[in-house]
Ligand binder design. Structure first.
Ligand code: GLU
Length: 434
């Protein structure tokens, strides 16, 4: 009998080393860095450093389960690059989590923070687990076990975690509490996305969706797209997708298609995003929502005619094999890595205006940064202040990408890479790293 109970698929030393390099997100990141390095004529050592995480932690996490047995989970924290400031990025709980996913996501956080010009580097964490099958008590013990393992390697000036896929404010609260026990004092700024009662920021919950809405608004201005009556399709109706849909609906857009793990639906008359969010909060999935319209194929929903398409689920949704059929006017990438590199040139040729992920979904980390600032001063802002400052950051980042794309005549993702990598490389050069 095995001494331990790692999930069968996990080889502790080779977790996430996927054989399909075309769809491995970390290989995708390296390809994207290579492309940007060539245009920017980066110093070879800086280029090589940007292709790899600076450091990463792998931890075994023993958790007492409700039935009295102990289960050992695997967790990771990757500090990809902290040249511009402490690493920053969420922690994901997912059964298919791999170290390469976490590396890729940590790299994207590095570019994201540079693009919105906040003084932070990039990091990401992940635990291989299936939160849907775990009780609240088990989730709490897992969250605390994670902090016990990596708690000495994070901190206000080192690395600041936050929520991501399948993690939320309650999980952040347990983590910040465990950190306080370990160190003997409260340090609220060590984790963001906390509940308001524990040093959270107003406006953090809908920040990623709001940032997405702001970038769509800017894109619509540039392209002369009228948002009143514009059809939108949203894939994934969690925090990002649901808030993006609600806020775009406030600008006049009509939600004509939705999808999540439970299925896909289309309704030309429009689906009320606010009512759907309330349904998903209660039931966990879209299925069962009366006015979602008629069921459609999950893959085909991305191909339905619309002005705005918002992939807000997981990565690799728009690929070589389906990209020719995906033709919105604006593709607003709420998820991290929804489009593979092979699909980018096709979208560009087809005139799809792509708002790349690390621009489009940067609103969350921007308000996380505001949360850190408020924690540092122990002085809290009102909601209009958060919204104003978020708007300024998102609009400036959008303009820098749009201008770069025009100047170099490249697609928006490469333009975003050029802006972000130039900024990170400059910090590395000034520090004397190469
Ligand atoms: N998980 C979010 C992201 O991917 C937010 C990260 C943060 O607030 O640090 O951008």
């Amino acid at each position: 009998m095995a001494r331990h109970n790692y999930p069968e698929s996990v080889d502790f030393h080779a977790v996430g080393v996927s054989s399909d390099s075309d769809l491995n997100p970390f290989r995708i990141v390296q390809r994207q860095v290579d492309e940007a390095a060539e245009v920017l004529k980066l110093d070879p050592a800086i280029h090589e450093l940007l292709r790899w995480p600076l450091r990463e932690f792998h931890a075994s996490l023993p958790v007492r389960m409700d039935d009295g047995t102990t289960r050992v989970y695997q967790g990771f924290r990757v500090q990809y690059n902290d040249a511009r400031g402490p690493s920053k990025g969420g922690i994901r709980f997912h059964p298919d989590e791999t170290i390469d996913d976490v590396r890729a996501l940590a790299a994207w956080m590095t570019w994201k923070c540079a693009l919105v010009d906040i003084p932070l580097g990039g990091g990401k964490g992940g635990i291989i687990c299936d939160p849907r099958t775990m009780s609240q008590g088990e989730l709490e013990r897992l969250s605390r076990a994670y902090i016990r393992q990596i708690g000495h390697n994070i901190g206000l000036d080192r690395d600041v975690p936050a929520p991501d896929v399948n993690t939320n404010a309650q999980i952040m609260a347990w983590m910040v509490d465990e950190f306080a026990f370990m160190h003997g004092y409260n340090e609220f700024g060590v984790i963001t996305g906390k509940p308001l009662a524990l040093g959270g920021s107003l406006g953090r919950e809908d920040a990623t969706g709001r940032g997405l809405m702001l970038t769509v608004r800017e894109a619509a201005k540039k392209l002369n797209v009228d948002l009143k009556g514009a059809r939108m399709i949203v894939q994934g109706f969690g925090n990002v997708g649901s808030w993006a849909a609600i806020l775009l609906q406030e600008l006049g857009c009509k939600l004509v298609g939705v999808a999540d793990v439970s299925g896909a639906w289309s309704n030309p008359d429009g689906i009320d995003a606010l009512a759907l969010q309330a349904h998903v909060k209660e039931k966990g999935v879209i299925q069962g929502f009366a006015s979602a319209g008629k069921p459609v194929d999950k893959e085909a929903v991305l191909e339905l005619p619309c002005e705005i398409l918002v992939p807000a689920a997981l990565h690799n949704q728009i690929r070589k094999d389906n990209v020719a059929r995906i033709k919105p006017r604006i593709l607003a990438e709420g998820a991290n890595g929804p489009t593979t590199p092979d699909a980018d040139p096709v979208l560009y040729q087809n005139g799809v205006y792509v708002i790349p992920d690390f621009l489009c979904n940067a609103g969350g980390v921007t308000v996380s940064y505001f949360e850190m600032v408020q924690n540092a001063y122990n002085f809290y802002w009102d909601l209009p202040t958060v919204h104003d400052r978020l708007e300024q950051k998102m609009a400036a980042a959008f303009d820098s990408v749009h201008e770069m794309a025009q100047t170099y005549k490249v697609h928006n993702r490469l333009a975003a890479y050029l802006v972000a990598i130039h900024r990170v490389a400059e910090a590395m050069r000034l520090r004397g790293w190469a």
